[in-house]
Design a protein around this ligand. Structure first.
Ligand code: 4NP
Length: 160
């Protein structure tokens, strides 16, 4: 089966989308499916470009045995051709990514854009909330949602 290319997107690319990338990488490593996927993350904003993931997010992930290797970057138009799916964390991210996609028009072969929570099986949340200004519990909830959504996504992508 052809390699699948996934890009996770949030606002700053230091909390939610690097966590989504790390959780998905963790799941495919456990399943021995690393060679079936290209996985990356990006932010709609550029304030944190070059930075590692937020230390609170990294610490919460490490407690679950999940490493977050990413350095922040900003999403760019080329990403719509380089990736098959772009998974957004909240409604603002979704609108921002759709606005960028509109600049490219409706060409064939561009990435499918969809909310990350559309792959949740256990949680009914519509968004992965921004944990940046909140407490410890916010990071745990982000990881709970992302573990659910990433396993649902992996199941969908490996079903056939
Ligand atoms: P993220 O969280 O979008 O999950 O990476 C944020 C990180 C930084 C900021 C906002 C959200 N910020 O405003 O700097």
């Amino acid at each position: 089966m052809a390699e699948q290319r996934l890009l996770f997107v949030c606002l700053g690319n230091i909390c939610r989308s690097p966590a989504a990338e790390g959780v998905f990488l963790h799941l495919i490593a456990q399943a021995g499916l690393e060679d079936r996927f290209v996985v990356d993350s990006a932010g709609t904003g550029g304030w944190h470009v070059g930075n590692p993931a937020d230390r609170r997010m990294r610490a919460a992930a490490e407690r679950r045995g999940i490493h977050l290797p990413s350095r922040a970057r900003q999403i760019e138009l080329a990403d719509f051709s380089s990736f098959d799916r772009i998974l957004t964390m909240d409604d603002d991210n979704l609108q921002a990514v759709r606005a960028l996609a509109a600049e490219l028009g409706s060409r064939p072969g561009l990435a499918l854009v969809e909310p990350m929570t559309s792959h949740c099986r256990r949680f009914g949340d519509q968004e992965v909330p921004d944990p940046y200004y909140g407490g410890e519990q916010g990071f745990e909830h982000v990881l709970d949602l992302l573990e659910d959504a990433c396993s649902g996504l992996l199941e969908t992508l490996t079903r056939d």
